[in-house]
Design a protein around this ligand. Structure first.
Ligand code: PAF
Length: 286
C-alpha cells in the first residue's frame, strides 16, 4: 500500500495506473476507521481495479462550537486497517495542500436548497464544507467511482447533486449503514459514548424502526414523528429532528405518496449527553 501526502506523487501514481488500463475507486474519510468505512473499501474494490482512500479531518465542515480539535485522529491504526483490506493508496494531505489560502479564504462549493434543510438547519455551513473538500479531493484523485456511507444520507444526496450540477464524470455509490450488535449505527463519534449513554444510544435505531412500523400501520407521519421524539426523550436523548421524507430530494411526503409506494426515509439527529448522533431508515409501504 502506498501512503502519500503530496498531490504530485498522488497524480503521478494515478497516471501510471491509468496508463496500465486501471480504473480508480475512491473512498474519502476523516479517519478513525471502523467496520463501516472498511465496508466502503470493499465496495470500492468491487467497482474498480485500484482503490484510493483519503484521510483528512476537514476543518471547513466543523463549526467553531464543534469537535474539530478533539476529533479522534488514529492514523497508524487506520493505515494498518486499510492495508489489511488491500487498499492500493492512502492520501493523507496537510491542510496547506487542501486550503492553500486558509480554509476561511478558500473558494467553495455550495449546493443550494438541499444543503440548507434538515441537517443544514442545525449545522449551517456543514454541507458547504463537505462539498468543497470532496470536490477538491475529486480533482486531486480524479476517480471513476467514489463511495460514501448511507448513514450520512443527506451528505450522499448533496454530493450526488454536486456531481450532476458540475458535470463531473464520477459515479457515486452509496454503501449500506453498518451497525453494532444492538443496532447503533457505526460512527467515529460513538467512541465518545460511555456507560448508560452508550447503552441507551441504541434506542435511536429502535425508535426509527418503531416509526417505520407505525407508518406501515397507517399512523400519520406527524403522529409517528411525535411518538418517535417521545421515545427518544424517554431514553435521555435531546432531539434535534425526526422527519419523514422521500428519498430522492428529501421533500416532505403526503398520505398519497405513502400509499402510492414512494420510497421513504426517516432521518433523525439527537444528542446523547454531549454526543450528537444521526441515523436513518429507508422503507416503502407495500
Ligand atoms: O463523511 C465523512 O467522513 C466526511 O464528511 C467526508 C465525506 C470524508 C468529507 O470530509
Amino acid at each position: 500500500m502506498i501512503t502519500c501526502n503530496s498531490v504530485e506523487q498522488l497524480r503521478s501514481q494515478i497516471k501510471a495506473w491509468r496508463e496500465a488500463g486501471d480504473t480508480i475507486a475512491f473512498v474519502p474519510t476523516m479517519g478513525n476507521l471502523h467496520a463501516g468505512h472498511l465496508s466502503l473499501i470493499d465496495i470500492a474494490k468491487q467497482n474498480a481495479t485500484r482503490v484510493v482512500a483519503s484521510i483528512y479531518v476537514n476543518p471547513l465542515q466543523f463549526s467553531p462550537d464543534e469537535d474539530f480539535e478533539s476529533y479522534p485522529r488514529t492514523l497508524d491504526e487506520d493505515l494498518k486497517k486499510l492495508e489489511q483490506r488491500d487498499t492500493d493508496l492512502v492520501f493523507t494531505p496537510e491542510s496547506s495542500i487542501i486550503y492553500p489560502h486558509g480554509e476561511q479564504r478558500s473558494s467553495y462549493v455550495d449546493v443550494p436548497e438541499l444543503s440548507k434543510i434538515i441537517e443544514g438547519e442545525y449545522r449551517t455551513d456543514f454541507f458547504k464544507g463537505v462539498a468543497t473538500v470532496v470536490l477538491k479531493l475529486f480533482n486531486m484523485v480524479q476517480p471513476d467511482v467514489a463511495v460514501f456511507g448511507e448513514k450520512d444520507y443527506q451528505q450522499l444526496l448533496v454530493i450526488r447533486q454536486m456531481v450532476e450540477d458540475l458535470n463531473l464524470a464520477i459515479e457515486i455509490i452509496g454503501g449500506e449503514t453498518k451497525r453494532e450488535a444492538d443496532g447503533l449505527a457505526m460512527s467515529s463519534r460513538n467512541n465518545y459514548l460511555t456507560g448508560t449513554d452508550r447503552e441507551n444510544s441504541c434506542f435511536l435505531s429502535v425508535a426509527l424502526l418503531q416509526l417505520k412500523t407505525q407508518i406501515e400501520q397507517g399512523i400519520s407521519a406527524e403522529a409517528a414523528e411525535d411518538n418517535c421524539v417521545e421515545t427518544l426523550e424517554k431514553y435521555g436523548f435531546d432531539v434535534d429532528y425526526v422527519t419523514l421524507r422521500e428519498t430522492k430530494g428529501l421533500d416532505n411526503v403526503s398520505k398519497d405518496d405513502i400509499a402510492n409506494g414512494v420510497e421513504l426515509i426517516v432521518l433523525a439527529a439527537a444528542k446523547m449527553g454531549k454526543t450528537r448522533l444521526i441515523d436513518n431508515v429507508r422503507f416503502v409501504v407495500v
